[in-house]
Write a protein that binds this ligand. Structure first.
Ligand code: PEP
Ligand code: MG
Length: 756
């Protein structure tokens, strides 16, 4: 029988299912009718709905095509038959020949032996399986992926009817003892690393408002003003807490928030609404709805994210009006807590902050999001973009947050819990092991000293210099402080920040990279068209040279900050020497300007280029005659070398950094730098993987900059490495045309006792 094009099915089918659901008849009758609609639409002879009953039994509740007498008589255990398989694993099955499946169970009362093919999907509610929806065909039929998706979509709609309480008591699905909960794993993006375990606290800031109309508007205005004053006082106390009192971008973030709290326009609008006779609570909500409607549509991400600030403030104000309690964990005191939210303003996290806060899971979020910056300052693991986290996690669910791998485990089984606890112990142990290396030099067994530095992007990151014992900051990405602010920071604000970074580094060298904005690192206050291909677009030095005022200001601030000490600067994304020259010219002019003004000058100035665009290799000699140092940015260099987007997971394993091609390029760079006697370092993620770092050292590089957590593992690798055999081994690999030599190098490391 010819099947209809699947792409036309879902909408029409969904509309019909919805019609039946909303129509007349008992829930059981409607379920029967829906089964008939689905069978007809999917051109299947059978459509059946199984509902999960207490005791983990799947009971047939409705069927089109199977023997009607089987309804309420056919019952399968969770591990019995194909329906049990779908329920137990919470995943669909699509089988052209169902009888071949090892879990096929024949039920004579249904008459189903005549059906050859089966496609079934779980009916899910809040992450739990509450039923199974299945269709069957007599003839052999290979169900298309789109058809499975269609059935899953219908199952989502059906879940409402099944869980509605008419078919069976909802208690059966959601027993108070939580026995029906299934483990769930969500993946997201890393917003802050680290591991955390605790019970879920759902961040639900919504307040319900009772009275809409005020009896006495004047009194209402009085109430509102009192609440505002109280709120501001409470905010002052919270934001001034000693732990967060230090300087840093999180301060800027919280101050932006504080400014919004002071925003006269916002309050004036609420007062205006009160003036029309509404209660203060209703007025707050009304103004907030309006803000949400406007900001939600804003094309600019920064503005959209301010919505969280307003949301937070509106809820805070409502809390003061209703004398409500802050959203403290509703779990037993002392329990460790993982906060789960759709998204959150920065100050809201502080409501939860305390020794029991162990992690944060967000459905939305980007690394420069304000709450992520605050979480970084508080050292709390955060996983963002965890799809459906808020709907699928229940209050009190046990949760494991793996911020290093961007994974959230919900209601984990005993094994997963044990593994996680084991991983946390192992990490703590490894950390303790690395801590013992902190004051030892990064030196190979044959006495070669490697300079080991950290990458940083926030003032709070500078503390890792002390924690890790790194030699210095080999890459300070200056863009984040620009991205989290509401407006371009003034020269003075920048100078203060850079000076603070140098102060806190206590004499260890800091290498500042000038702004690498543009592309996907948009500045909120700066409009420019989105590029189709942001990594290769108008970013970094290209933006700086086209908008030299911005660069001049940054360099002016850097010179001011470094007065009396060394200034080390490099320019990102240099593709040709003339770009370096132009940027260098700006630096020279700013130095002259400072001198002419009689300012105290840096006692040394070193200027370099990042080598992260392959074209620059063809002007290497010319570059080397101009720079004091070169820093190889492996992230961009690798993606441009192979024309392979660094953020595309489908390409993650397509090309390997440990390949003869990369080695050839790095060798050229190294030999050039050696001949010209120009120091060269490597920053970027490749250097943070001990095996990759081993290869880079084997090629001859002696200076690294890695993310702080990689310092310990890299140092441990270096201290277990003997250079001689590695250097000669790498030479034998050079002539290979392999896609990757990772395996060979891994074996080398294992054979030679290198800690990778
Ligand atoms: C790089 O490209 O390797 C690098 C260090 O710069 P970023 O990751 O900031 O682009
Ligand atoms: Mg780069």
């Amino acid at each position: 029988m010819p099947h209809r094009p699947v792409s036309t099915i879902p909408r029409r089918l969904l509309a019909r299912v919805r019609d039946v659901m909303a129509g007349a008849g008992s829930a059981a009758e409607r379920l029967e009718r829906i089964a008939a609609v689905i069978a007809a639409d999917l051109v299947a002879e059978v459509c059946s709905v199984y509902v999960r009953r207490a005791g983990d039994v799947m009971e047939l509740f409705a069927t089109q095509g199977l023997n009607p007498d089987a309804v309420h008589n056919t019952r399968l255990r969770m591990d019995e038959g194909l329906v049990g398989d779908i329920a137990a694993n919470a995943r669909p099955l699509a089988l052209a020949d169902a009888r071949q499946h090892p879990n096929f169970a024949y039920r004579p009362e249904t008459g189903e032996e005549i059906y050859q093919s089966l496609m079934g999907v779980p009916i899910l509610r809040g992450g739990r399986v509450i039923g199974v929806l299945a269709v069957q065909n007599k003839t052999r039929r290979s169900y298309a992926e789109e058809e499975v998706e269609t059935l899953e979509t219908v199952a989502m709609v059906l879940a409402e009817l099944v869980a509605g309480g008419e078919l069976i008591e909802t208690d059966e699905f959601f027993p108070a003892d939580g026995t029906a909960l299934l483990p769930l794993r969500l993946e997201g993006v890393i917003l802050n690393g680290g591991l955390g375990a605790g019970v879920a606290v759902l961040h639900q800031p919504q307040f319900r408002v009772g009275n809409l109309v005020a009896e006495d508007p004047a009194l209402e205005l009085e109430r509102l003003r009192r609440a505002v004053t109280e709120m501001r006082g409470a905010l002052d106390t919270m934001l001034g807490s000693t732990e967060l009192a230090g300087r840093g971008e999180h301060r800027a973030v919280l101050e932006t928030y504080r400014m919004i709290a002071e925003d006269a326009g916002w309050l004036a609008r609420i007062e205006e609404a009160v003036g029309t006779g509404l209660t203060a609570e209703t007025s707050v909500q009304m103004v907030h709805s309006d803000i949400r409607a406007r900001l939600g549509k804003a094309p600019d991400q920064y503005l959209r994210e301010r919505l969280y600030d307003f949301e937070d403030l509106a809820n805070r104000l409502l809390r003061h009006l209703t004398k409500g309690e802050p959203p403290r964990p509703e779990v037993g005191t002392g329990a460790d807590v993982i906060v789960v939210a759709r998204s959150m303003g920065p100050a809201q996290l502080l409501d939860y902050h305390g020794p029991s806060l162990r992690g944060l899971v967000l459905e939305e979020g980007s690394p420069t999001m304000h709450v992520a910056i605050v979480a970084r300052a508080l050292d709390i693991p955060v996983v963002g973009q965890a799809k459906e986290a808020f709907t699928r996690i229940e209050q009190g669910d046990p949760i494991l947050v793996d911020g290093d791998n961007a994974v959230v485990l919900i209601r984990p089984g005993e094994d997963a819990q044990n593994n996680f606890a084991e991983a946390m112990r192992a990490i703590a142990q490894r950390r303790a092991g690395f801590a013992t290396l902190r004051d030892l030099p990064a030196e190979t067994r044959d006495g070669e000293r490697i300079s080991l530095n950290i990458n940083a992007g926030l003032l709070t990151d500078v503390r890792f210099l002390e924690d890790t014992g790194a030699d210095g900051i080999g890459l300070f990405r200056t863009e984040i402080p620009f991205m989290v602010r509401a407006a371009f920071p003034s020269v003075e604000a920048q100078r203060v920040l850079y000076a603070e970074i140098l102060d806190q580094a206590q004499g260890k060298p800091v290498l500042f990279r000038t702004l690498d904005v543009g592309g996907d690192k948009a500045l909120p206050y700066w409009k420019h068209a989105q590029s189709e291909n942001p990594a290769m677009g108008w970013r970094a030095i290209r933006v700086s040279l086209d908008r030299p005022a911005m660069m001049r200001q940054q360099i002016r601030a850097l010179i001011g900050a470094a007065s009396g000490r060394a200034l080390r600067v490099m320019f990102p994304m240099i593709a040709e020497v003339s770009e370096f020259d132009a940027a260098h010219e700006i630096l020279k002019r700013e130095l002259e300007r400072a001198r002419a003004r009689g300012a105290e000058m840096p006692n040394a100035v070193e200027v370099g280029a990042m080598l992260e665009v392959p074209s620059l290799v063809y002007q290497l000699d010319a570059l080397l005659s101009r720079v004091d140092f070169v820093s190889v940015g492996t992230n961009d260099l690798f993606q441009f070398l192979f024309a392979s987007d660094r953020g595309d997971p489908r390409l993650a394993e397509r090309y390997d950094f440990l390949s003869p091609i990369v080695f050839a390029l790095l060798r050229t760079v190294l030999e050039g730098c050696r001949a010209a006697d120009v120091p060269v370092s490597v920053c970027g993620e490749a250097a943070s993987r001990p095996l990759d770092a081993m290869a880079i050292i084997g090629l001859g590089f002696r200076n690294f900059s890695v993310p702080p957590p990689a310092v310990g593992p890299t140092k441990s690798m270096i201290r277990s490495l003997t250079l001689g055999p590695l250097t000669s081994y790498l030479e034998t690999l050079a002539t290979l045309t392999h896609h990757s030599v990772r395996e060979q190098l891994r074996e080398f490391a294992l054979d030679h006792g290198v800690m990778i």
